[in-house]
Design a protein around this ligand. Sequence first.
Ligand code: NAD
Ligand SMILES: O=C(O)C(=O)C[C@@H](O)[C@H](O)[C@H](O)COP(=O)(O)O
Ligand code: ZN
Length: 374
Amino acid sequence: MAEATAATVLHVGGAAPYDVVVGHDVLARVRDLLGPGVRRVALCHAPGLGDLVARVRDQLDGLEVLDLPLPDGEHAKTAVVAAEAWEALGEAGFTRSDAVVTVGGGATTDMGGFIAATWLRGVPVVHVPTTLLAMVDAAVGGKTGMNTGAGKNLVGSFHEPAGVLCDLDALVTLPRPELVAGLAEVLKCGFIADPEILALVEADPDAALDPATPALRELVERAIGVKVGVVVDDLRETGGRDGHPGREALNYGHTLAHAIERGTGYRVRHGEAVALGMVYVAELARRVGRLDAATADRHEQVLRSVGLPVRLADVGADDLGFEELLATMRVDKKARGDRLRFLVLDGLARPTVLAGPEEDALRAAYDHVRRATP
Ligand SMILES: NC(=O)c1ccc[n+]([C@@H]2O[C@H](COP(=O)([O-])OP(=O)(O)OC[C@H]3O[C@@H](n4cnc5c(N)ncnc54)[C@H](O)[C@@H]3O)[C@@H](O)[C@H]2O)c1
Ligand SMILES: O=C(O)C(=O)C[C@@H](O)[C@H](O)[C@H](O)COP(=O)(O)O
Ligand SMILES: [Zn+2]
């Protein structure tokens, strides 16, 4: 466990402002984030988190706690699970003065957030993310949702949390592949907005993977800072200002990523798929003359330095065919009618939309991620 230092509080402004607290040994802050009026809490949590859930529950002393365990990972993000949760809340007579607390990775915060968003058309939710990915991305910004047969996150809503509590000590039990996967979203923030993130990881990839280091904490805070900066301007993904694509920038690498996740039955982790998706769009942007070769190559170098995949074969997904991936990409939320839209870079930290690229370019970029691992 790292030395206790003061927590960092990142404030998210807007119509429903809230705080994101980051630090070591900060679980006691959950009560402050819930606010004074709450009497009852539905505790949505992933299985197998050891004593982490019990330690959050201890902090809810004096409140009535309804245990709402969710299945692990993507198994939580289904309509059946949502329906079961609504029945449980109904039986318990859960009202608008009650709140949801989520404890787990991004799948748990997405589903717990969706349950909170939909019950009585919205009750407060406080997220206690326990993976790196959920801390830097899923728990912040109010996107909630679940998957359908056609694809990832196709049902959901925007429901901002009342607070987010990132206790870095939770990462101590996180298996290394999950920590590595979380770094993909951190590096995404480096490419779209904050190149200092890339420099930090390049300088010491091992430190970036150690939850006790100041380097990891700085990466977490910087990545959250990028996300907050984007969502305060464009919460509902309707578009940015002054040529910036707005919230869609956070979708960098996600068009192919979601297709890979669906195509592999969610066997490939979200962060791993995002790494591959970023390599794909970097190559696409290079091919259509948007991105210089050095920045495109930098994607592969920095992703590989922390053990993220850069070729489909790295995750055993090179049997995914282009046609199948293309069909799934067509239901991506950024698509408009028949027109696919990709987030690409015009340069480092210069995100932009590439609308309707030629199929030849899409296929050539696919051939790139399908090539042998360098
Ligand atoms: N809403 C958003 O803005 C947003 C952003 C990014 C990702 N997401 C979603 O987040 C999900 C991915 O999140 P994830 O990578 O956290 O995966 P996850 O939630 O599936 O968690 C990964 C695994 O780690 C385990 N785990 C969690 N915390 C642990 C801990 N402290 N110690 C040991 N094990 C632990 C989980 O039980 C699970 O098995 C995807 O569904 C993705 O679509 C949403
Ligand atoms: O917050 C956002 O906006 C993002 O796009 C963040 C992504 O990392 C995240 O995976 C999100 O769930 C993807 O959103 P979707 O709208 O493409 O489902
Ligand atoms: Zn993501």
